[in-house]
Design a protein around this ligand. Structure first.
Ligand SMILES: Cc1ncc(COP(=O)(O)O)c(C=O)c1O
Length: 361
């Protein structure tokens, strides 16, 4: 195995390249999300109060003490981003990666973990993309999914902040995400987050707590859950693992970032594009009663979720208190217009007027 060293601003990254790539084993036409990984990963340990030298290694299992904090008390935060070819295949780009770093560090602070230096994050992501660029499917809608995460690794059973951490970046090719229209169940029992909690952190525990309610919703025939707020179980929070938007009377309405919702990068981009297109966007509390009343008055014309995977995922049904409320997604206009514009910017077929796209290679 060859080893070379890349010196970034302040932290060196050593690189050990795989002897044999597993590229030939991959069926790029059949890529279930999250199951296939590229040749390399990056790891960086934190101890003695600082991040140590980072290493890029062949993708492999980690060896950790079973007493690590992450296994018991869940000190874990992560991010999700994509690298993909421009439409004309002239280069590989990332979409607003600095926002992912900003959010990772915000999540880390909330979970009492150390922050990641910008040069370590950006150099690691870029070097991994360069090494594993052959894993980026050159097929429409496909991309290389990038998963940076930090876990508490001090081998100590006790509820307190860990003094050791591991920052890791893994990558995997993903096929196109079609984002079929979805039906969602509105719970007024289970919640995903509450005021004073950590719903705005991309922390593992936020997801673990949703697994059981989502499984119950699926048994009832819904694809996902529309979450309400934790205090009153009245105000709309998020949909599945996406931010939620409603079009009522020609205006877009989305819950404000009050600490209980994840501050989605797609959410922010959709708001910016919608305002630029001339739409009024209101960021404010919206109750499920207002949504139902707007539906009954024929004023609720669109409903959609936003996130990195689907960009915009339209919703054609929500179930609440035993009744299904249907929407004709074929008549949606704003959702598809914004989705088209955002995907155009991402694929560099539309002018990047907000400076969101970052060239990697
Ligand atoms: C809970 C939750 N909400 C919203 C989002 C959408 O965020 P983004 O647009 O940054 O992907 C995600 C996905 O990251 C999520 O996990």
């Amino acid at each position: 195995m060859s080893t070379q060293t890349l010196i970034t601003g302040t932290l060196p990254i050593s690189i050990e390249v795989v002897k044999e790539s597993k590229l030939s084993e991959i069926d790029f036409h059949n890529l279930p999300f999250g199951k296939t990984f590229s040749d390399h990963m990056m790891i960086c340990e934190y101890y003695d109060g600082k991040w140590q030298s980072a290493k890029i290694l062949p993708f492999q299992n980690l060896s950790l003490s079973p007493a690590c904090n992450v296994f018991h008390y869940g000190q874990a935060v992560f991010e999700g981003m994509k690298a993909y070819y421009k439409q004309d295949e002239s280069g590989i780009v990332l979409f607003r990666p600095e926002k992912n770093l900003e959010r990772l560090n915000k999540s880390a602070v909330r979970m009492s973990m150390p922050q990641i230096p910008e040069d370590l994050f950006m150099a690691g992501v870029k070097k991994l993309i360069e090494l594993d660029k052959a894993f980026i499917p050159n097929l429409p809608g496909s991309s290389l999914y990038i998963r940076p995460f930090i876990i508490g690794t001090e081998p100590f059973i006790g509820v307190r902040t860990s003094d050791r951490y591991l920052f890791c970046i893994i990558l995997g090719p993903t096929g196109p995400y079609y984002g079929e229209p979805i039906s969602v169940l509105v719970y007024d029992t289970y919640v995903r987050s509450t005021k004073g909690g950590y719903g705005n952190a991309k922390a593992a525990g936020n997801y673990a707590g949703t697994l059981y309610p989502v499984e119950q919703a699926k048994k009832l025939g819904y694809k996902d859950v529309l979450w309400l707020d934790g205090e009153h179980k009245k105000y709309v929070n998020e949909v599945g693992t996406m931010n939620i938007f409603f079009a009522i009377d020609g205006k877009l309405i989305t819950p404000e970032t009050d600490g209980t919702i994840l501050e989605g990068i797609t959410r922010d981009s959709v708001i910016t594009i919608a305002r630029d297109m001339g739409y009024t966007v209101e960021e404010r509390p919206i109750s499920i009663d207002e949504v139902v009343a707007a539906h009954e008055a024929g004023k609720l014309t669109e409903m959609f979720g936003t996130g990195t995977a689907a960009v915009v995922n339209v919703i054609n049904c929500f179930g609440f208190k035993g009744k299904d409320y249907l929407l004709d997604d074929k008549a949606f206009e704003i959702a598809y217009k914004i989705k088209g514009m955002l995907e155009g910017i991402q694929k560099c077929t539309t002018e990047d007027k907000f400076n969101w796209v970052v060239n990697v290679l």
